[in-house]
Design a protein. Structure first.
Length: 333
């Protein structure tokens, strides 16, 4: 099969992903073989490719927002019919037995596998995945619309939940890429006012088009104090700036898997029961709940297509904030 794989992490400007042939995987017991149609491009892929996340497998095929068709079922895999349209996300598998898995927090599993990081992902024509971690894609979404929902969408949704924001509340977004452009649609659906702080004016415009009450630069101060904010941009210097605009008791949620160091700041910014918390992965419940809500709304993603062979180009564009919405690899030539 054709695939883009990474032998060794390197700056994306050096085009470290190689396009070539690999042996297609075969489904083990309980697994599905999926023929991939589209794979979303996520900032986490960039962190894998550039080595900000320590390598877990080499070579590795990145990509964890996979939409495709079940081609073959491994022994005992009975949940999906051949030909069913499915999605595969970041959480590839958990051990199912650790303290976290047994207490409703499988996103924090002690022995997880992650798609496109510790196992091969979706920058390829085929992937295998355990059927228990595969999602059914609601009919409301065309394939290419669904791809960015599988990480950007689900993680944005978990971030919204963890922010504790209530209908009528005021919510800030720092960074307005793939995750934020989906999360704002859910937030607006819930009657939340959104304020977007992001450096690129195209992204500010997209935020306003999607119903933001206000949009400005990353360090511009929103016109009103916020009940909560979510930081999607991987820049630690945003943390004190965002704390400054939170109400007492407000929460700041850090939605990324990686962030540059957070500068020290005065305790006053945190005092008055403000909270900072990170988001790590998602549970399958988050994924299913999100896909249901997203289909109800229905969420519409803004996608820019790249052919599989141009995965380096897509990641370069992502790094340079050049994609309004989400980049998606079209796998079938
Ligand atoms: Zn576990
Ligand atoms: Zn992701």
């Amino acid at each position: 099969m054709k695939a883009c794989f990474l032998n060794k992490p390197a700056p994306i400007e050096t085009n470290p992903l190689q396009y070539g042939n690999m042996t297609a995987p075969q489904p083990a017991s309980g697994e599905l073989l999926v023929r991939i149609r589209y794979c979303g491009v996520c900032r986490t892929d960039l962190h894998v490719v550039e080595g900000e996340l320590p390598p877990r497998k080499s070579p590795v095929v990145p990509g964890h927002q996979v939409v495709g068709i079940v081609e073959k079922s491994g022994e005992g895999a009975v949940k999906f019919q051949i030909g069913a349209r499915v999605g595969i996300a970041w959480l590839f598998r958990t051990d199912g037995v650790c303290h976290y898995c047994c207490s409703g927090a499988e996103n924090l599993c002690d022995n997880p596998a992650f798609t496109g990081y510790s196992v091969d992902g979706g920058y390829a024509e085929y992937i295998v995945a355990p059927e228990d971690f595969v999602y059914s894609i609601p009919e409301a979404f065309p394939d290419e619309q669904a791809a960015p929902l599988l990480c950007a969408g689900i993680i944005g949704f978990r971030s919204l939940r963890l922010s504790g924001i209530k209908p009528g509340g005021r919510l800030g977004f720092y960074g307005f890429g793939a995750a934020a452009h989906v999360a704002i649609q859910v937030a607006r659906h819930w009657g939340i006012e959104v304020f977007a702080c992001t450096r690129d004016t195209r992204h500010q415009r997209l935020a306003l088009d999607l119903g933001a009450k206000w949009a400005g630069g990353t360090f511009a101060e929103p016109p009103e104090k916020l009940d909560a904010a979510i930081v999607f941009a991987p820049a630690g210097e945003i943390v004190p700036a965002a704390l400054k605009v939170l109400h007492k008791g407000g929460s700041l949620v850090l939605g990324g898997i990686h962030m540059s160091p957070i500068p020290s700041f005065d305790y006053d910014l945190l005092y008055q029961e403000r909270v900072i918390r990170s988001v790590a992965n998602n549970t399958r419940q988050d994924g299913e709940d999100f896909l249901r809500v997203a289909a109800e709304i229905p969420v519409r993603t803004h996608v820019r297509f790249y052919p599989l062979r141009e995965a380096n180009l897509a990641l370069n564009a992502l790094k340079n904030d050049a994609i309004p919405g989400a980049a998606v690899l079209k796998i079938e030539e």
